[in-house]
Design a protein around this ligand. Sequence first.
Ligand SMILES: [Zn+2]
Length: 111
Amino acid sequence: MSLTEGVIRILEDQAAAHGFAKVKTVWLEIGELSNVDPDSMLFCFGAVAKGSPVAADATLEIIKIAGQAQCLSCTETVPVSNRFDPCPKCGGFGLAVTAGEEMRIKELEVE
Ligand SMILES: [Zn+2]
């Protein structure tokens, strides 16, 4: 719930900073490794947004970002769905995550 409240807070801050009254659509990127569950984010957003004049009519669109890492052993860039998985190429455990940990607002449609 607090993550959702954080997103709403950002929308309100943006509205104040850029002078718009309402958000119509929010595109939110959620990384596969971010531990944010897109379904519960959608559910909570619907509930929390009702309490915010800026976000009350907003539609949340979630863009899932696949996990990606660079292997420190074989230097390949590999897909990763769990940060503790070994490298699928060489079996090494030294993976440096390069994508998929983020949760960020990509775009807003406002009025
Ligand atoms: Zn490797």
